[in-house]
Structure formats: C-alpha cells, structure tokens
Design a protein around this ligand. Structure first.
Ligand code: ADP
Ligand code: ASP
Ligand code: MG
Length: 436
C-alpha cells in the first residue's frame, strides 16, 4: 500500500481536484492524504483570531467570504444535481458549525476545532467527486486513528492499531482518502500536527502501515538547493538521505513539515517529493542512501532567539552545562544551536513561550543576554570529518555577512550559522553564488 499526500495547491480549486483523479486512479492500492484547499487554513486562523478578540461581526464576514469561495468550488466541481445538493448540505453543516462559535466562550479547544474544518471539507468534497465519477473509494476519518500523546508526539502504537482496524473493515477496497493535519490529543480532543502537518500525517501513516513508498505531491518539482521564494535559479535535488532531508525540513525548507522525515526514517520507507503540476518531473527521492560528499542545499529558519549565558563559575568547572540544560528541559524548550567558550555558552531557541521564567532561573547563577529576530541558516550535505575545504568554501561565500554564531561538527550533515533576520536574504543569495 502506498501513501500519497496532496498539499493545499494540489486541491486548491475544482480544476485541481478534477486533475488529481488522473494521478490516483490507477488501481494501485493507496491511502490519499489531503490538505485543506490552499488559503483555507489561513482563513480559519484569521476567523479564530477575530473570535478570540470577540469581534463577532468581523468573524461572520470572514466566514461568509469563505463560504462563497466554497460555493463557487462546488458549482464548478460537480456535474450532477445529486452531488451538488449533497455538497451544499455539507457546506451548510460545516459553515453553520463555524457560525455557532461566535456566540460562545472561545478557547484553544474551539480554535482547534475550527482549524480542523479545512481538511474535513476538502476530503469530503473530493470523496463526493470520486463518487460522482463512479470511482470506488473509502473516506477514512483521521480523527478515528490519528493521535498525539501528552508530549504532542504521534502515539505510534495507538495509530498503528487503529488505522489497521479501520482498513480491515474494507478488505476488498483499494482507494482510501483521509485528512492530513488533524488528530486527537491525549485527552481525546480535536487537535492538529501544526502548520504544514499534512506531510507529517502522510509519513506517520506510511510508518504505521509499513507502506512501500510515501509520496508528497506539491507545487514544485522536489526539494530545491535553496529557498525558491527568496533566491533565483534554484534547482531540484534528485537524491537526499533521510538525515539531510530531516535537517532541511527542520531548518526551514517549507516543502516539508519540520519533523515529518522521522517516521519514514524509522521504518526505512522512501519518501518521494513530486510536482502535481508536472507529474513527469523526477522530483526528489529521500532514502537511507548516503550519496557522496557534497554540499546539497541551504535552508533558513526565522524567529530565532539567542540566549548568551556567562559565568565565572564555568571556568574549569563541571556540571555547569547540566544546570543550564535542566532549566530548558523543565520548560520543555528545545535548543537548536549551541556554542561554548570557557566562560560562556550561547544557545538558540525558537519557542519563547517560557523565556521569562527561563531567564529568571538562569540569572540565579549567571549573567544572561537575550537577542531576538535572528535567523539560522543551515547548510546541508555530507561533511565527513576526513574531507577538507567545506568550511573555507562556506565562509568565503559569507565574507561580507556578519555572523553571530557558528555550529560545525555537530553532525556530518549540517553547518549552521546565525545571522540577523534582516540579512537572511543576502545570506541565502551569497551562499547560492559561492556554493552552487
Ligand atoms: P503544500 O501546500 O503542497 O504542502 P507548501 O507550500 O507547504 O506546499 O510547500 C511547497 C513550497 O515550499 C514551494 O512552493 C516553495 O515555495 C517552498 N519551499 C521553500 N523552500 C523550498 C525548497 N528548498 N525546495 C522546494 N520548495 C521550497
Ligand atoms: N492545512 C494545514 C496548513 O495549511 C496543513 C497542511 O497544509 O499541511 O498548515
Ligand atoms: Mg506544506
């Protein structure tokens, strides 16, 4: 069984949904994971924000505008009045559900329920379209098997058991459609896998059913060597190792959800990145194969905060770093980059929810400086310890960029540097010129 995930633009209009059928209707057994239609999740976030702000009229206007958009989609999507009426009923029930929130108390739980509507709509509309075309398919509700635990990690055991029992209900069926992004949390409430999470749904399902391949279909022909939104003349990379792809995804290559490579890597399942608009293009294949020493790609992650910690007590002492890291652990705050000298440690975080409490605890035994609006630029490839010259090439390319921190040698796949976010574009362009 294969898993194919189609992103927002791949289901972004009636025409795109109609085109999709040609990519999935080949008789090969598959689970198709769909995102919300492009723009929908952003609109739902906006609706939730206005509801938090108790601006009910504004929320209603946004809901009405989104409804009109979907109304146009169904008019173009279906030919029969039967399918059209059924989908009108579907829109009414989802949009009345959205409108009902304007009268009640609004919390994070209501917000998550609102954010789930995009994928529920896209999958059901697509399923109706397949029905209209007499293509046999089963709509699998993701909320019946996708679950995260109390640490917000996928609950793999639960998912494996439950998706298998869902699939077992339809032994002679070959085509399954399900929602990306949405799940239940440890309390059974509706939750999600964070923005871009449909990629993660696909790799989690792929791992749970030990799929032979996971395909991520999007609007570009694979992982490019640099951010195509910022740098001109980027090119697709034919092959990446799991480690390289994981670094790129984690450090900002938007084509993949930050943590979606891990489930595929754990079960050694190839991940293929393909372009819906150009299905013949080779795209990128991600496997356990390590393909030679080279610099493969560059990615950037914004919204980084640096914390600089200094203490005389660090000199010739042991146990100092443990006391520092324990604080971050207590506040469940992951550290991305770290560099040390004999009397100071600098590290970076992107989750600043608990920064005040962290600062307060650190200040009990060291001086602390915090700097915000920084960007990690990550250079990914295979940098084996024996090979020389990579650092020279990277820093030669960056000779005109002021660098705040450098991390080299942490893994064989990654050199990271920290720059002021204002210099992100210049940094990516300089690296493109110097490295590729
Ligand atoms: P989807 O809706 O299909 O999930 P996304 O917008 O999440 O699509 O991801 C695809 C987009 O990621 C591309 O259109 C491209 O602009 C952006 N992107 C950023 N960095 C890269 C990269 N290194 N390679 C390819 N695409 C990238
Ligand atoms: N619809 C969700 C989002 O826009 C999930 C996804 O597209 O992967 O973030
Ligand atoms: Mg995406």
């Amino acid at each position: 069984m294969r898993v194919l995930k189609f992103g927002g633009t791949s289901v972004g209009s009636a025409e795109r949904m109609q085109e999709l059928v040609h990519l999935i209707n080949d008789g090969v057994p598959k689970i198709v994971v769909l995102s919300a239609m492009s723009g929908t999740t952003n609109s739902l976030v906006e609706i939730a924000n206005t509801l938090y702000a108790k601006e009910n009229d504004a929320a209603n206007r946004l809901i009405d505008a989104l409804y009109l958009k979907y109304n146009d989609v169904i008019k173009q999507l279906y030919k029969t009045s039967e399918a059209l009426n059924k989908s009108k009923g579907l829109l009414d029930s989802h949009f009345n559900y959205l409108r009902a929130f304007t009268m009640d108390l609004f919390t994070v739980n209501e917000e998550r329920a609102i954010l789930a509507q995009g994928e529920l709509l896209s999958t059901t509309l697509f399923h109706y379209y397949l029905e209209e075309k007499n293509i046999d398919s089963v709509l699998l509700p993701a909320l019946n098997f996708m679950r995260i635990d109390e640490n917000e990690e996928p609950d793999m055991k639960y998912i494996e058991t439950n998706i298998k029992s869902e699939l077992a209900k339809y032994l002679n069926k070959k085509l399954f459609i399900t929602q990306g992004y949405i799940c239940r949390n440890a309390f059974g409430e509706i939750d999600n896998l964070k923005r871009g999470g449909s990629d993660y749904t696909a790799t989690i399902i792929g791992a749970a059913i030990q799929s032979d391949e996971i395909q991520i279909w999007t609007d570009i022909d694979g992982m490019h060597n640099n951010d195509p939104r910022i740098v001109e003349k980027t090119h697709p990379i034919a092959e990446l190792s799991f480690d390289e792809a994981a670094e790129l995804a984690y450090f900002g290559a938007k084509i993949l959800h930050p943590t979606c490579i891990l489930p595929a890597q754990m079960r050694n399942i190839p991940v293929r990145l393909l372009n819906t608009m150009q299905p013949q293009a080779k795209g990128t294949v991600i496997t356990s194969k390590i393909s030679g020493d080279s610099i493969k790609a560059v990615a950037a992650k914004d919204g980084i905060t640096a914390i600089k910690i200094k203490s005389g007590r660090m000199l010739l002492a042991y146990g100092f770093l443990r006391s520092v890291f324990e604080i971050f652990e207590r506040y469940k705050t992951p550290i991305d980059m770290i560099t040390t000298s004999e009397v100071a440690v600098s590290l970076t975080i992107d989750n600043t929810k608990n920064i005040d409490a962290i600062k307060k605890e650190l200040k009990e035994f060291c001086t602390v400086e915090v700097e915000t609006d920084l960007t990690i630029v990550c250079i990914v490839g295979s940098f084996t310890a024996e090979k020389q010259g990579y650092a020279l090439r990277i820093f030669e390319a960056l000779k005109n960029i002021p660098i705040r921190m450098i991390s080299y040698g942490g893994s064989e796949n990654n050199v990271s540097i920290l720059v002021d976010s204002k210099l992100k574009k210049d940094t990516l362009i300089a690296l493109n010129k110097g490295l590729f």
